[in-house]
Design a binder for this molecule. Structure first.
Ligand code: NDP
Length: 278
């Protein structure tokens, strides 16, 4: 079987092009504040991708780098200042934060109306209850890629591997909202191969390189690879083994799949924040 490559760069490019037009019709240029703690080469790379996309779309960004030895309370105070700053429309705290920081407390400090990443309890709760909300960017980007393969997902079996606040949990909820029958797998799941092999849609978000092997995949399935890890040679790799090409019906590459869509959905959230204000 020939596997169709779900190209996130191409789709993200189209979305950003549309967003650029929408930004021109907004009452003001959206302003995104990005909060970074300490130096982390991967975070720097992601922030550069976000600021570059923001430039293309016409969104203003300001990057605030806080020292690595800062406390949770100090980060919260910084975020609260941004909450009260009327010139800032959206706030993004770049994850992961250093181990000594309470990430959940920092996320909860963000004003839900400025929660560009859609991660606060209020926005995640809105996703569960169907209340209009800002949605988490990575799962939303995955959903848009899945819908490129099939417009109507009703009745399909979906398996999401991973259950984090950032990706796994909201991904499962989004698929449930699309009327899929959803199973959520994690590190305690028994017989992962068997569970995955029954999925019409398989999303893997673990960071375990090569976890999803050929025999885990139902022929013709839609497979979304969220994971990012590094090979011994320093190359970026995903959760899905290369043997899955030729079995899946559709598959996202790593890099060039979910990553660009995460960025595009962040831009889309920023546009929605300003639209909802006016
Ligand atoms: P977390 O580390 O928070 O979560 C990983 C999840 O994977 C956990 O739920 C864990 O289970 C599960 N897991 C780990 N090992 C296994 C295993 N052997 N079998 C089944 N499940 C397993 O990571 P995130 O959710 O934040 O991110 C997941 C991956 O996606 C990472 O590689 C990250 O870099 C990448 N990512 C990519 C983005 C992109 O834009 N492309 C954006 C965000 C993340 P348990 O809960 O039991 O520990």
């Amino acid at each position: 079987m020939e596997t169709i490559r779900l190209d996130g760069r191409v789709l993200a490019g189209h979305i950003q092009h549309q967003l650029r037009t929408e930004v021109m019709n907004l009452p003001h240029k959206p302003h995104l504040a990005v909060v970074v703690v300490g130096e982390n080469p991967a975070s720097t790379l992601y922030i550069n991708m976000k600021t570059k996309a923001a430039d293309i779309v016409g969104i203003q960004t300001s990057v605030h780098t806080l020292p690595a030895q800062i406390t949770t309370q100090e980060i919260i105070a910084f975020v609260e200042n941004l909450n009260h700053d009327s010139l800032i429309d959206g706030i993004l705290v770049q994850l992961p934060l250093p181990k000594n920081i309470d990430t959940n407390m920092v996320i909860e400090a963000i004003d839900p109306k400025k929660d560009a990443d859609g991660l606060t309890s209020k926005n995640q709760g809105g996703l569960m209850t169907g209340y209009p909300t800002l949605l988490p960017c990575t799962p939303l980007g995955c959903l848009r890629l899945i819908q490129q393969a099939k417009a109507d997902l009703g009745g399909l079996n979906a398996v999401v591997v991973g259950r984090s606040r950032l990706v796994g949990r909201p991904m499962a909820q989004l698929l449930l909202n699309e009327n899929c029958t959803v199973a959520q797998a994690h590190s305690y799941t028994k017989n992962l191969a068997d569970l995955c092999s029954r999925a019409d849609i398989l999303v893997s978000a673990t960071g375990v390189r090569g976890l999803i092997k050929r025999e885990f995949v139902k022929p013709g399935a839609i497979v979304i690879d969220v994971g990012i890890s590094k090979t011994e040679e320093g190359q970026i790799a995903g959760d899905v083994d290369s043997g899955v090409w030729g079995v899946a019906g559709w598959l996202t590459p790593v890099p060039g799949g979910v990553g660009p869509m995460t960025v595009a959905m962040l831009m889309s959230n920023m546009v929605n924040i300003v639209k909802n204000k006016s």
